[in-house]
Design a protein around this ligand. Structure first.
Ligand SMILES: C[S@@+](CC[C@H](N)C(=O)[O-])C[C@H]1O[C@@H](n2cnc3c(N)ncnc32)[C@H](O)[C@@H]1O
Length: 277
């Protein structure tokens, strides 16, 4: 089948795997960077490496995300470990993180602003925010124990002090806690969306609440008023076609200054509002 790195790359391409993906898998297998592969492409793979690479290529052709095969994904400059228990963090979610960091710059740093990430998955949002604004009190919550274990392990490995809570949306949080900034990228894909089959290796719980995809967003908005300090912000990531219904939800719940930010593909991706003072 193949023996050297060059042959392994050619074989992976013949199976339909991207050149870059094959290089990243091989670099990971040899614990080297991609530049090393170019100068050592006559290096022979061990039998164990051959078997691992062949099986990873086969999984990749079945749409298994590259991040699951590598066990990690970079998000907002942080290297996060990921497993099939969590959604692979997407670059578009950095839109929400950047907006949140802008808001934090406008808040007094004493007492430490209280921030929560609902539906944290790998911890991507919570950890990027805590990394960018170390002075805040950051919390993260998820209903999936396996996801929360991944997020907590990421927090430990990165040395970021973030409290983790298990449970459904607001119920996960200790009673009586109120926040200066609430962030969420909840499951929002509609139940019948034709893109879901291609995402089948990621947890359904992370992708879709079923129906029109809006029910998790609605639950978060409905529970927000009792949990937000006057003047606090709520930022929600949503589908490219959900900006209007999410803005309407926020308006009905009494939020002000409702605004939207676009993602890297220029799609309306995050809608937020400020709870009245
Ligand atoms: C779209 S993923 C977002 C993951 C991560 N925040 C990110 O941006 O990469 C949605 C997350 O919400 C969690 N989730 C789903 N239903 C939930 C619920 N009822 N309460 C809390 N979290 C929930 C899922 O387990 C998943 O981790």
């Amino acid at each position: 089948m193949f023996s050297t790195i060059a042959e392994a790359q050619a074989w992976a391409r013949s199976q339909g795997v991207d050149r870059l993906d094959a290089q990243l898998l091989l670099a990971h297998l040899f614990t080297v960077d991609r530049a090393w592969l170019v100068t050592h492409d006559d290096q022979v793979l061990s039998e164990a490496q051959r078997q691992t690479f062949a099986s990873q290529v086969s999984e990749r052709t079945q749409d298994v995300p590259l991040a699951y095969l590598l066990g990690e994904k970079e998000f907002h400059g942080l290297r996060l470990q990921v497993s099939p228990a969590v959604l692979v963090p997407r670059p578009d979610t950095e839109t929400l993180v950047n907006w949140a960091l802008e808001i934090l710059q406008t808040l007094p740093s004493e007492p430490a602003p209280r921030v929560v990430d609902l539906g944290t998955g790998s911890g991507a949002i919570a950890l990027a925010i805590k990394h960018g604004a170390p002075h805040i009190s950051m919390q993260m919550a998820d209903v999936s124990p396996d996801a929360l274990a991944v997020a907590s392990a990421n927090a430990r490995r990165l040395g970021l002090d973030v409290a983790a809570h298990l449970g459904s949306w607001w119920q996960a949080l200790p009673t009586g806690q109120i926040f200066d900034l609430v962030l969420s990228n909840p499951p929002y894909i509609a139940g019948g969306d034709p893109h879901l089959p291609a995402l089948r290796h990621e947890p359904t719980l992370a992708l879709t609440p079923g129906g029109d995809g809006l029910s998790s967003l609605q639950t978060i908005v409905d529970g927000a008023p009792g949990r937000m300090r006057p003047g606090a912000w709520l930022l929600l990531e949503h589908g490219y076609d959900q900006a209007e219904p999410v803005a309407a939800m926020l308006a009905r719940a009494g939020f002000e200054a409702i605004a939207n930010r676009r993602d890297l593909g220029d799609q309306p991706r995050v809608t937020g509002g400020r709870y009245p003072r």
